[in-house]
Design a binder for this molecule. Sequence first.
Ligand code: ZN
Length: 186
Amino acid sequence: MGKILEISELGHPILRKRASEVENVQDVKVQNFIDDLIETCTDSNGVGIAAPQVYKSDRIFIISSRPNIRYPNAPELGPVAIVNPEITYFSDEKVKDWEGCLSIPGIRGLVPRHKTIKVKYQTRDGEDVENEFSDFIARIFQHELDHLDGIVFLDRIDNNKELVTEREYQRLITKEMEEGDLEKEG
Ligand code: ZN
């Protein structure tokens, strides 16, 4: 069982630094850290969290995907640790959707991301994996990998007008859902 770690916030230099490769994922310190990162992700209700978000500059993040309001078809995945990740292919097609970030509380933004990606990474058991992700998981993967390169979602926004506060975001999605229901009703 891991422990809950403090989350770093925008302005702290660790969020702007390239994180280092993990040399030996099976090291007990790395394994304990992964447990703590998973615990912190679950505790904060995040769909993902990257090591720099808990003041550790290592190339590790967690994905924890489940169906939600915006992505009712999102697969259940994780919480799973992704170590030393790389994206080996990006689809030309990009999709814009809302993102938030545990390190940027109170703000949401419409972020363009590649719809489909092919990736390589290590599991926490040290196994090398290749995989293809689309839509919601591809979005989480790109957001979290950005954290390992010192990039936050604000850097990916096309237009500052596509940034909103959490309260306005909640209003927006409620409205979208109601309109969506009306469309379905005809
Ligand atoms: Zn984030």
